[in-house]
Design a protein around this ligand. Structure first.
Ligand code: GDP
Length: 462
């Protein structure tokens, strides 16, 4: 509910140099004044906005008496010039766990309500301080684990997706306005667009929506990550490849067959792309029950994989097991890359690999030689090299993509109606539907359920 004043600790729970608490809502300054006494003797409500004020932090004793518990800094932000768009006070105290909780309790005692997960950002969205895809980008900044994810999230936070949506939205509004004029005044030549011009304008929208929807391929690969399975018979170098990609010794690398018993998962950057890696037990028959569980999980991961890195040892001739794997993979329609490992032992590629795999990379997981070839290939398979994460509007989640696709489909229906020679006004419903879908994408018209769902993924204090 907007209208009340919320408070939360915005830094993670734990001991640290400083902790930051936020209070936002109409009574933010009044509530913070109860908890914070400026050292300069002036009331907090007279503090210069967006300027740090040094002072004492007070909290209630069990007796009800308010006593000083720490020294700290308060910064007042007055609506609408704050993150949430409401009056906000940020309080910094020392980063002790009990201390931070005591200050939060003091703020709640003074009249604030505990903030729900993501409520500060949700208020920022509801107050028009940022669009929905920007709010999602903010969530991605917090979650970013690779530099490319960070770059993409930062670009998203600057409202690039909303800007692109806005352009298409405005274009559609103009087309609709033109059509409505034609409907309302059929005998007068008021409309500024002819039927041909309306078709052409819809076609521009179609092309723009298609190109926006297509950015999700890259956005998915960077922001959500490609679920990837490394498979191959024992000892070909799967764990070594996994470690090479993850960049440290996460999996146990061993020369004893079948010791990678569980499925490890970890996200790691391979060039621009984020791989959600499943390091699997060798996909082979076994009687060991523990190992069998690992293999079952590996098979499940294999079913869901978007990318399979099939590892082979080029130091040896392909074995029967290698052939069986190649045969099994030929039935899969996800991206499959044959990783011809141990290139340091043998530089020749057997005809067998060329016959079975379209995408092949010769490398040495042990020395790292050839890894750049794998990086380039995976980037080429999953991203659009022309898209710049630091500049372009890129869709980063399935929700945004689904909205872009429904807008696109609606435009295509409108175009079909016009191309079949039906009256122009029959295209209006679809054009309006496309605008609705765009409104959902950028959040200008989105259902409360979707908003609640998006912000529930945020942490308290954000
Ligand atoms: P996995 O059973 O498929 O996970 O294979 P490992 O990664 O455990 O590697 C099996 C053995 O091959 C280990 O002794 C590794 O050191 C060795 N190995 C892995 N990659 C290479 C490579 O590129 N070159 C060479 N010469 N040895 C490798």
């Amino acid at each position: 509910m907007l209208g009340d004043t919320i408070a939360a600790v915005s830094t993670p729970r734990g001991k640290g140099g400083v902790a930051l608490l936020r209070v936002s809502g109409p009574d933010a300054v009044k509530i913070a004044s109860r908890v914070f006494r400026p050292r300069n003797g002036k009331p907090l409500c007279d503090a210069v906005p967006r300027t740090a004020v040094y002072g004492e932090i007070l909290a209630p004793e069990p007796s009800g008496e308010w006593l000083s518990v720490d020294d700290g800094i308060a910064t007042v932000f007055l609506a609408p010039a704050s993150f949430t768009g409401e009056d906000t006070v940020e309080l910094c105290c020392h980063g002790g766990i009990l201390l931070t909780e005591t200050v939060l309790t003091a703020l709640l005692t003074a009249g604030a309500r505990p903030a729900e997960a993501g409520e500060f950002t949700r208020r920022a969205f509801l107050n028009g301080k940022l669009g929905l895809s920007s709010a999602e980008a903010l969530g991605n900044i917090l979650e970013a684990g690779t530099r490319e994810q960070l770059a993409l999230a930062h670009t998203g936070l600057r409202g690039k997706v909303e800007a692109r949506c806005g352009e298409i939205y405005d274009r559609l509004r103009n087309i609709l306005a033109s059509i409505y004029v034609k409907i309302d005044y059929p005998d007068e030549d008021l409309a500024d667009m002819s039927r041909e011009e309306i078709v052409a304008a819809f076609e521009v929208c179609e092309a723009e929506l298609l190109s926006l929807a297509n950015t999700y391929r890259t956005g998915h690969a960077i922001a959500e990550g490609i679920s990837t399975v490394i498979c191959g018979r024992p000892n070909v170098g799967k764990s070594s490849l996994y470690n090479r990609i993850v960049g440290r010794n996460a999996a146990i690398v061993t020369a004893v067959e079948g010791t990678t018993r569980d499925v490890l998962t970890e996200s790691a950057a391979l060039g621009r792309v984020t791989l959600r890696l499943f390091d699997t037990a060798g996909l082979h028959e076994t009687d060991d029950p523990v190992e069998r569980i690992g293999i079952e999980r590996a098979n499940e991961a294999l079913e869901r994989a978007e990318l399979i890195l099939a590892v082979f040892d080029v130091g040896q001739a392909p074995t029967e097991e290698d052939r069986r794997l190649a045969e099994a993979l030929s039935k899969r329609d996800c991206a499959i890359v044959a990783v011809l490992n141990k290139s340091d032992l043998c530089g020749a590629e057997d005809e067998f690999y060329r016959k079975h795999f379209k995408h092949r990379v010769m490398l040495s997981a042990a020395t790292g030689e050839g890894m750049e070839g794998l990086t380039a290939l995976v980037e080429q398979l999953f991203t659009d090299g022309k898209l710049d994460s630091r500049r372009d509007a890129v869709l980063t989640n399935a929700r945004q993509h689904a909205s872009a696709l429904s807008a696109l489909e609606a435009i295509r229906r409108a175009l079909e109606v016009l191309r079949m020679g039906y009256p122009i006004d029959l295209s209006c419903t679809d054009a309006e539907y496309a605008m609705e879908a765009l409104g959902e994408l950028d959040g200008r018209a989105v259902s409360e359920d979707i908003v609640a769902q998006i912000f529930s993924h945020f942490c308290v204090g954000k």
